[in-house]
Design a protein around this ligand. Structure first.
Ligand SMILES: Nc1ncnc2c1ncn2[C@@H]1O[C@H](COP(=O)(O)OP(=O)(O)OP(=O)(O)O)[C@@H](O)[C@H]1O
Ligand SMILES: [Mg+2]
Length: 708
């Protein structure tokens, strides 16, 4: 079978044949297994083996028959890569392509008219919670990187989304997986055919670097340029006119590693200078981190992690693709699915902190990082390298990651914090209305498929239901007196569950029921640092700021100032409380107009981290306001809304009105305020010349236009 043999219109085949002259083995196998006859399918094959094209064939087939596809991905970076690619390729044939990764309190009704919707797994979860009408039109569900079912933080949402979508719509399912050893289990779960392949179009050599020597397949290649390990490899890469990605386990080491490489690398160019300037000016006032990144970029190096602001992240990704930036040091933020021109991938850290200590990273994940090298679009060979310090290091690495087997993946659904979110969502959207329905829903999850034990989950679920009832998020007709000791004659009772209006809203707001309850209990505390402390006591605000040694005393002084009573120092919660308070204090400073640099210095919080934390805090305050309205505490809603705006803009209350004008930030708003210009009416009264003097001509005219 060839592209020309497809029963697609010529204009579609022309687009496909510019990318693939012929189909490769996994693609042929998928076609043969009935991809275009709408068979459910799991494709498990190596990195760069063309799984995306299998997805494209499937969604084109649906599009041409008036179907609708959702394409689910785990990372925002991947969502935008796919979106840009598909839009560019298929809009010209009339396909409407959309991306949806943002705001979680919306059903995104506007997506009704789109043929292909690329969504993050979380966003799809939220769309289902809102019972969005277009969901029933979905005819194809694509789940990319489905092996992440195994991931403790991302897996359960993916599992719930897939279970629920399959219950709600009668659609074809196509799941794309890395090579794993139990792909057959996923296929059985999804009633799908399994297409497995070990084809990789570009040979990827995997080896270990020790004592300035690369060890590939028993062969030794010395790299004698007398530099430190990482730089030695980089130098060799640049001598070969290639690019590389270096994976490390933390944001901090990504930055330090980039510094180290940049220090010895000098490839300045006018182009790099331009990009560096764009990076440096991404924020109104550049912070140390902006400058650090810009200085690295000047030399052709960048770090990449979730702590960069979106604009900087995009600049780094785009310019690595364009070949301007030669090296990126990254955390797992770039580990999955992306097509990048890295001829070499270096994995520096093979262990990471797991909550209990340092653990080896699973082989599946290491292979994903390796797989960013040698992509057919950019290279016809590739190298993946681990760094060893000793002989025994090298042996261990070869055993695990060069010759090692791929692990099995396991469902991570059965933990209570996960279950309480999802049980509430199921009841709140009316999708599940009784205990027996809840049971039959969970019988269809991957967890129960894998472990075969629905009773074990149901025991946990009963505890969760009790909690949700205590919180008044759901009601049931179960008699409370017999709840704990169900007598034998009641064993077969099938209590009904109904959501309360409050429960419905909590599910839509996409916050943990325990957080919602905590907020409701503290809703009246709206002055001083209290509301900030309340939200930082919710799991959504994790990770909190860390406490440095000897900092406790200082923080306790601050608690005194704010009249906050800490738990006893021997209390198990004490350390956690310090972190919550410190994070609240950081927001306090931010809303009192401390600069980003001051926050970096005082709290060691990078601009990217600040940005993420700000978004989360705004979300929690928005939720708090919504909850206040629902529990009849309207009087606090305005306060909470003001605080949300203050966090958004980083200003004191008196500046909110001014700073909401477009084109002036908090610094210039303060300049106006000090000159007695405090609201829109004052601007109107001020002579334009005076305004121009304070703000510059362009800005002055801009805001005058807004108030006129
Ligand atoms: N039949 C083909 N002939 C030539 N090139 C192809 C063919 N199929 C796919 N490609 C190219 O190979 C690359 C495969 O990348 P793709 O993103 O599909 O990998 P993947 O299998 O999804 O891997 P990963 O697990 O890393 O996500 C793309 O650049 C694509 O253009
Ligand atoms: Mg892929």
């Amino acid at each position: 079978m060839n592209v020309k043999d497809l029963s697609f219109p010529d204009e579609v085949k022309n687009i496909l044949s510019t990318e693939a002259a012929s189909f490769n083995p996994p693609q042929l196998a998928a076609l043969k297994a009935g991809l275009l006859d709408k068979e459910n399918m799991v494709v498990a094959s190596p990195t760069a083996s063309g799984k995306t094209l299998i997805a494209e064939l499937a969604f084109l087939n649906h599009y041409l028959k008036n179907g609708k596809t959702v394409y689910l991905v785990p990372l925002k970076a991947l969502a935008s890569e796919k979106y840009e690619e598909f839009k560019q390729k298929y809009e010209k044939i009339g396909m409407k392509v959309a991306i949806s990764t943002g705001d979680l309190d919306s059903g995104d009704g506007w997506l009704a008219n789109y043929d292909l919707i690329i969504a993050s797994n979380e966003k799809m979860d939220s769309i289902l919670r809102h019972r969005t009408p277009w969901v029933k039109d979905i005819s194809l569900i694509i789940s990319d990187e489905v092996h992440l079912l195994d991931d403790a933080s991302r897996g359960p949402t993916l599992e719930m989304v897939l279970t629920r979508l399959r219950e709600e719509v009668n659609a074809q399912v196509l799941a794309l997986s890395a090579t794993i050893s139990n792909a057959n289990e996923i296929a059985q779960w999804l009633d799908a055919k399994l297409v497995k392949s070990d084809y990789r179009p570009v040979v990827l050599k995997k080896g270990v670097f020790l004592d300035n020597t690369l060890h590939f397949d028993g062969k030794e290649t010395p790299i004698n340029n007398e530099h430190e390990m990482e730089f030695s490899i980089c130098k060799d890469t640049i001598d070969k006119k290639k690019q590389a990605l270096i994976f490390v386990s933390t944001r901090r080491s990504a930055e330090a590693e980039a510094d180290k490489i940049a220090k010895k690398l000098a490839t300045p160019s006018a182009e790099l200078e331009k990009i560096a300037m764009q990076i440096e000016t991404a924020l109104a006032t550049p912070t140390k981190q902006c400058k650090r990144l810009a200085n690295n970029v000047r030399k052709g190096v960048a770090f990449h992690h979730a702590g960069l602001v979106a604009k900087q992240r995009k600049l780094v990704e785009d310019n690595f693709r364009a070949g301007n930036i030669k090296f990126i040091t990254a955390t797992t933020s770039l580990a999955f699915g992306l097509n990048l021109p890295a001829w070499r991938v270096v994995v520096r850290d093979t262990k990471r902190y797991s909550g209990y200590g340092m653990d080896y990273i699973p082989n599946i994940e290491i292979q994903q990082m390796f797989g960013r090298a040698g992509r057919p679009k950019y290279d016809d060979s590739g190298e993946a390298i681990l760094l060893a310090k000793t002989d025994s290091d090298k042996e261990e690495m070869e055993y695990r990651y060069i010759n090692g087997d791929m692990e099995k993946i396991y469902s991570k659904l059965s933990v209570e914090p996960v279950l309480r979110m999802h049980v509430l969502a199921l009841v709140a959207s009316g999708f599940v209305q009784s205990k027996s329905q809840l049971r039959s829903f969970f019988e269809k999850t991957f967890y129960v498929h894998q472990y075969g034990d629905v009773d074990d989950v149901m025991q946990k679920i009963e505890r969760v239901v009790k909690l949700l009832k205590d919180f008044k998020f759901i009601t049931s007709d179960e008699k409370s007196s017999i709840e704990e000791f169900t007598p034998a004659f009641d064993m077969n009772a099938d209590p009904e569950y109904k959501p309360t209006p409050l429960g419905k809203r909590v599910a839509e707001l996409y916050i943990d029921p325990v957080s919602a309850n905590h907020i409701i209990r503290n809703i009246g505390k709206v002055s001083g640092i209290d509301p900030l402390l309340t939200i930082n006591q919710c799991t959504e605000m994790w990770p909190l700021l860390r406490i440095r040694a000897a900092e406790a005393e200082q923080l306790e002084d601050a608690m005194d100032d704010y009249g906050v009573q800490p738990p006893d120092a021997w209390d198990l919660d004490y350390d956690e409380f310090l972190k919550q308070f410190k994070t609240a204090l950081m927001f306090m400073d931010w809303t009192n107009e401390s600069s980003e640099n001051q926050l970096l210095e005082k709290f060691n919080v990078t601009p990217g981290e600040l940005y993420t934390k700000k978004n989360n805090a705004e979300w929690m305050l928005y939720s708090a306001r919504e909850l206040a309205l629902l529990v009849g505490k309207k009087e606090f809603a305005t306060q909470l809304n003001k605080l949300r705006l203050r966090i958004h803009y980083g200003v004191r209350e008196d500046l909110i009105k001014l700073v909401m004008l477009k084109g002036i930030g908090r610094a210039r708003s303060r300049v106006l305020f000090k000159a007695g210009i405090k609201r829109k009416a004052d601007i109107k009264k001020t002579p334009p010349k005076a305004l121009e003097k304070m703000l510059g001509k362009k800005t002055a005219q801009n805001i005058l236009r807004q108030v006129s």
